[in-house]
Design a protein around this ligand. Structure first.
Ligand SMILES: [Zn+2]
Length: 285
């Protein structure tokens, strides 16, 4: 890392309106689409309750796999995914998107990991300082970021987890409620079982065979907190569709099952620690 030229990108904050709301939620992830695929329902439920929501997005998702036809209107994946992110910002009614402007690091072992602009090459302290500055500006009541394994082990997800936690420790503003995104492992364990039955390796899952589903299940943090999202499901699906190049185009789940599939989102409470029983987080004051 030390032989690479130092890279110090500028934060680019794109405001859709000034901060006037009394209560604020800050979501901190790595790529355009992490906010929508992970927490569209929670973001929309917060907006429904009058809470301002900002998104810190560490990269522009330059290494995302994209079918060629998505690029007809854009010079490259970076421009495409930035446009998708800003469309999602409208669909989610975000107050602002703050791009940290690191480069997507791609999955482990790829050459993109070695790019000097990659998020994984940035010193954690540098990234944390920049996030802490934004935390002190935004003064959120709630922060959501990735858990230690970042959901499925993407190096950028893990990097932004460490930077976010360091930023929360260093910021002057004390964030009273900190959460990790998480998910039920029931379906994942069923997929592992099914893959073993058909003699496929669950440790080499996905289009590129680079997702270890066994580890995804093992590393998932516990569900301590649920958020009712039933009232925002159509808007949640509309937000996913903004990230069309990343598979957000359609849902194959019949509408009659939407409430069951999409009606609840889950979190792990980090601060203050969970009390042992599962809480229902209601944003209404
Ligand atoms: Zn991501």
């Amino acid at each position: 890392m030390s032989d690479l030229p130092h890279y110090s990108p500028q934060t680019e904050s794109i405001y859709r309106r000034p901060i006037t709301a009394q209560r604020r939620l800050l979501v901190i992830y790595a790529h355009p689409d992490d906010e929508a695929f992970g927490n569209a329902g929670i973001i929309l439920a917060a907006r429904h309750a009058g809470i301002e929501v900002h998104y810190i997005c560490a990269t522009r998702g330059e290494c995302g796999t994209v079918d060629d036809h998505f690029l007809t209107l854009y010079p490259d994946v970076r421009a495409l995914r930035t446009a998708e992110q800003m469309a999602a910002a409208e669909a989610l009614d975000l107050g602002a998107v703050h791009f940290l402007n690191y480069r997507d690091s791609n999955m482990p072992g790829s050459l993109d990991n070695q790019n000097h602009q990659a998020l994984v090459q940035a010193p954690v302290g540098d990234v944390a300082t920049r996030i802490a500055t934004l935390i002190d500006d935004i003064k959120p009541e709630f922060v959501i970021t990735f858990p230690p394994y970042g959901g499925y082990g993407h190096p950028d997800h893990i990097a932004i987890h460490h930077a976010s936690m360091a930023a929360l420790a260093h910021a002057t503003w004390h964030v009273p409620n900190v959460f990790y995104s998480t998910f039920s492992t029931t379906l994942i364990r069923a997929i592992i079982l099914f893959m073993r039955i058909i003699r496929r390796n669950p440790r080499a899952f996905g289009r590129n065979g680079d997702i270890d589903v066994v580890r995804v299940a093992e590393e998932a943090t516990p569900i301590t907190t649920t958020v009712d999202c039933r009232h925002v499901i159509p808007a949640k699906i509309a937000a996913w569709q903004c990230h069309a190049s990343q598979g957000g185009r359609t849902t194959r789940v019949p509408r009659i099952c939407w409430r069951w599939f999409y009606g609840t989102e889950t979190l792990t409470r980090v601060t203050p620690p969970a009390l042992g029983h599962r809480e229902v987080l209601r944003f209404e004051a």
